[in-house]
Design a protein around this ligand. Structure first.
Ligand code: ZN
Ligand code: ZN
Length: 357
């Protein structure tokens, strides 16, 4: 649907604007299921108010439609994910090529960042991390490079082994496939294309991805939350404060089971990865480099007063467009113990506020 009319300024005299408003209201009316009231998308109401359709029409002419409301999701336009937009038939080939190009750049960047990071990571005394086999960065990275160079099948120029797997995992995540259905698809692909370099299972696909450095560490914790068995406490069998045992009672020494485990997803490599892809890096800097200022619209945390005040106070931090701000959230707190089922997992989630999605 043509939306160029949304940016016209001569609203009262422009026939194109009037046609646009009509088309919009027809769509909205069909979507309203007989109700006379719809959300008003004018600059002042910003879809927050439900108003009679004729008032909305007046607002659209007198105040003007909010030009940032480009996907009319409240008025009957199907919400489309960016992935689908990018991937329609007309540009599938371009997209795939770009995808592989991107991956080569990304691998170059990862090589650069791992060569700097390795000494630091080895000095990190996460004693209990030994439970997850932690492949040495260089060997898993070499494997990754090899997979990135190997064509999916002899003569294939479009996909490498790695780019195909990454694409497949991407679709799995977007559409919420189960692991079982993913494995079924792989075995079908295997029987149809026996010469292709495909992984045998979801697990194998993930192990390729782990080469990118997205692993996590398990750190045991005191069952009463006093301490982590980490650093100077890494080798203790009981909590030095409350004397509670680190292990579930009566488990055999060779297969001792910890009472409580913290899963730590290291932040630094994840932040670095945000800047590894040229596209995401641009979105991470958008708040400083491309965000329109001077409009009374709150569309990104950077438009907020607290963000601006922080910038004033810490200008040395704010002046670099690559600055990252994180929001911390959690779930599962049970303040008055009034939930029927106590949570057994308490996620603590860091959200990068800087990114423009
Ligand atoms: Zn309005
Ligand atoms: Zn304790």
């Amino acid at each position: 649907m043509d939306k160029s009319w949304m940016n016209l300024t001569d609203r009262l005299r422009s026939p194109a604007y009037a046609d646009g408003v009509n088309a919009f209201l027809t769509l909205a009316r069909n979507h309203s299921q007989g109700s006379d009231r719809i959300r008003c998308p004018c600059r002042s109401c910003c879809n927050n108010l439900f108003l009679p359709i004729r008032i909305v029409e007046t607002h659209l002419f007198l105040i003007g439609i909010n030009p940032n409301y480009t996907h009319w999701i409240f008025h009957g336009e199907e919400e489309t994910r960016r992935f689908n937009d990018d991937d329609d038939d007309s540009n599938t080939a371009d997209y795939a090529d770009e995808y592989i190009d991107d991956m080569n750049h990304m691998l170059d960047d990862i090589r650069a960042s791992t060569s700097f990071d390795v000494p630091q990571d080895h000095g990190n005394p996460l004693a209990t991390s030994g439970e997850i086999p932690d492949p040495s960065p260089s060997s898993s990275f070499d494997q990754l490079l090899e997979d990135a160079r190997r064509p999916l099948f002899a003569g294939c120029t479009k996909f490498s082994k790695l780019s195909f797997i990454v694409k497949l995992l991407h679709i799995k995540t977007l559409d919420g496939w189960s692991i079982k259905s993913f494995d079924m698809l792989l075995s079908l692909l295997w029987s149809a294309f026996p010469d292709a370099e495909l992984p045998h299972s979801y697990e194998e696909s993930r192990s390729l991805e782990r080469g990118l450095g997205f692993n996590y560490h398990k750190i045991h914790a005191c069952p009463n939350d006093c301490i982590l068995f980490w650093k100077e406490n890494a080798n203790l069998d009981e909590c030095p404060k409350c004397k509670a045992s680190r292990w579930v009672p009566n488990t055999h020494k060779a297969h001792r089971i910890p009472q409580k485990v913290l899963r730590h997803f290291p932040l630094k490599p994840r932040l670095q990865r945000l800047f590894v892809s040229a596209k995401i890096a641009e979105n991470m800097r958008w708040h400083k480099e491309q965000r329109p200022t001077g409009e009374a619209i709150l569309r990104h945390p950077a438009d907020s007063e607290s963000w601006k005040r922080f910038d004033e106070k810490h200008s040395w931090f704010a002046q670099d467009a690559r600055n990252v701000r994180l929001g911390m959230s959690s779930d599962g707190f049970n303040p008055f113990n009034n939930m029927a089922k106590p949570y057994s997992i308490w996620p603590v989630i860091l959200v990068p506020y800087s990114i423009w999605l």
